[in-house]
Design a protein around this ligand. Structure first.
Ligand code: LCS
Length: 395
C-alpha cells in the first residue's frame, strides 16, 4: 500500500501515523486489543527484550494501535516521538517523576490546572521538591526565582482558566541559559493552534481528553519530546510507573483526532463571536479571551499562536452570586467540567476544577470567585447566544 502524504496540516491530521494494515489493507486502523504478543521462539523473545530486534512484547511496553496515535501526534507537534498515557495527569506526573530528582526545584505557571500544581505542593514535597508557582508572563520574575537546584520550568499557555499567555520562545531562551527543561502544557491550544517544540520547548504535553479526542468520551494524555534523550528518559519512567494508554482508548482518540482541524476552526469561530457579544453585554464585567484586542497579551497570541482558540473566561457585574445563577440557568450549554469537546460546557473553576488549590493561591493566580469558564463547542453560535441571553436575563 502507498503511504499517504500531504504538505498541509489539515491533510496531515487526517493521515499521520497510519500505515495501512499489510494483511487486510483496512482503512481504519485495527484495534490490537491484546495485553501480550507471541514470540516465534525463546531466541526471538530474548532478542526483543534485548532490543536487538524490533517488535511488540507486552502492551504496557508498546502496542501498534497506541503507536499509531503516538506517531500522529508527534508529527503534528513536530516532535521526535510521543508517549500516550492513561490520562493527562499521568502525562504530567510522568514528566515530574522523570525530571525532578530529590530536593529539586520547579517553577510553574500559577494558574495551572489545579491538580498539576497540587501534586507538586502536597505529594512531591515528600521527596524534598520545592516550587514557585508564579505569573510566568513576567519573564523577569521567572529569572529571579531560578535557583541552583531548579530543574523544570512548567508552563501552561493559555492557562486554565485565566487565559493568561506565557511567551514560550522567551521561556525557552531562559531555560537554555540556565540548563532547565521547559515543559509546556498545550492542552488549551491543541497542536492546530500552537506548537511549543517549534518555539524552543523541550517537552509538550496534552490532556487528549480535551481537543485532541474532542468528543467527551475518553480520558487520556500524551507527552511529546524534542529529542531521543528526553523521549527515552520519559519512556523508561512511564513503562515502569504504568500510566500507559489502552489500545481501545488509543483507537478512539485517533478517530477523534482526524476531525481536530474542523472542530478547532468551528469552535474558534463561535468563541470569537461569543467573546465579542459577552464583552458588549451590560451585565458582563470582564471577559478574558486572547482573540479580543483588550486581552493584555493579544500581540503575543498573534506571535505564538495560529488563533485564540475556543476557551473563554468571564465575570458578571453581579459577581459570584450572579455567576452561579447563570450556570444554573443555561439550557443548551452543559454545566460540566472538562473542555475541548464538540458541545459547549460551562463551569465555576473556584469551586470545581481548581477547588484543590488554596483560596489565597487561587486569588493570586487570578482564579477569582466570580470567574466563569466557557468551553465553546461546535453548535450554531446564534443558539449559544440565545441560551446565554435567556440565562443572563435571570442574573
Ligand atoms: N492539563 C490541563 C490544561 C487540563 O485542563 C487538564 C484537565 C489536565 C491537564 C489533566 O488532564 P486529565 O487527567 O483530566 O486528562 N482539565 C480539566 C478541566 O479543566 N476540567 O476537568 C478536567
Amino acid at each position: 500500500m502507498k503511504e499517504k502524504k500531504g504538505n498541509n496540516l489539515e491533510t496531515e491530521i487526517i493521515h499521520a501515523g497510519y500505515h495501512p494494515d499489510p494483511v487486510t489493507h483496512s482503512v481504519s486502523p485495527p484495534i490490537y486489543q491484546t495485553s501480550t504478543f507471541a514470540f516465534d521462539s525463546a531466541e526471538h523473545g530474548a532478542a526483543l527484550f534485548a532490543g536487538k530486534e524490533k517488535g511488540f512484547i507486552y502492551t504496557r511496553l508498546g502496542n501498534p494501535t497506541i503507536e499509531a496515535l503516538e506517531e500522529a501526534v508527534a508529527a503534528l507537534e513536530k516532535g521526535y516521538a510521543a508517549l500516550a498515557t492513561s490520562s493527562g495527569m499521568a502525562a504530567i506526573s510522568t514528566v515530574y517523576m522523570a525530571f525532578l530528582e530529590k530536593d529539586a526545584h520547579l517553577i510553574g505557571t500559577a494558574a495551572l490546572y489545579g491538580p498539576s500544581r497540587t501534586i507538586i505542593e502536597t505529594e512531591f514535597t515528600r521527596y524534598g521538591v520545592s516550587s514557585d508557582f508564579i505569573d510566568t508572563s513576567d519573564l523577569e520574575e521567572i529569572k529571579k526565582r531560578i535557583k541552583k537546584n531548579t530543574k523544570l520550568l512548567f508552563i501552561e499557555s493559555p492557562a486554565n482558566p485565566t487565559m493568561a499567555l506565557t511567551d514560550i520562545q522567551a521561556c525557552a531562551e531562559i531555560a537554555k541559559e540556565h540548563g532547565l527543561i521547559l515543559v509546556v502544557d498545550n492542552t488549551f491550544a491543541s497542536p492546530v493552534l500552537q506548537n511549543p517544540l517549534e518555539l524552543g520547548a523541550d517537552v509538550t504535553i496534552h490532556s487528549v481528553t480535551k481537543f485532541i479526542n474532542g468528543h467527551s468520551d475518553v480520558v487520556g494524555g500524551i507527552i511529546i519530546s524534542k529529542s531521543p534523550e528526553l523521549h527515552q528518559r520519559l519512556q523508561k519512567v512511564l513503562r515502569m510507573m504504568g500510566g500507559t494508554m489502552d489500545p481501545h482508548q488509543a483507537w478512539l482518540v485517533l478517530r477523534g483526532l482526524r476531525t481536530l482541524y474542523l472542530r478547532v476552526e468551528k469552535a474558534q469561530d463561535n468563541a470569537q463571536k461569543l467573546a465579542q457579544w459577552l464583552a458588549a453585554h451590560p451585565k458582563v464585567a470582564w471577559v478574558n479571551y486572547p482573540g479580543l484586542p483588550s486581552h493584555p497579551q493579544y500581540d503575543l497570541m498573534k506571535k505564538q499562536m495560529k488563533g485564540p482558540g475556543s476557551m473563554i473566561s468571564f465575570g458578571l457585574k453581579g459577581g459570584y452570586e450572579a455567576g452561579i445563577k447563570l450556570i444554573n440557568s443555561v439550557k443548551l450549554c452543559t454545566l460540566a467540567v472538562s473542555l475541548g469537546g464538540i458541545e459547549t460546557l460551562i463551569q465555576h473553576p473556584a469551586s470545581m476544577t481548581h477547588a484543590s488549590v488554596p483560596k489565597k493561591e487561587k486569588e493570586e493566580a487570578g482564579i477569582t470567585d466570580d470567574l466563569i469558564r466557557l468551553s465553546v463547542g461546535c453548535e450554531n453560535v446564534d443558539d449559544l447566544i440565545a441560551d446565554l441571553e435567556q440565562a443572563l436575563e435571570k442574573c
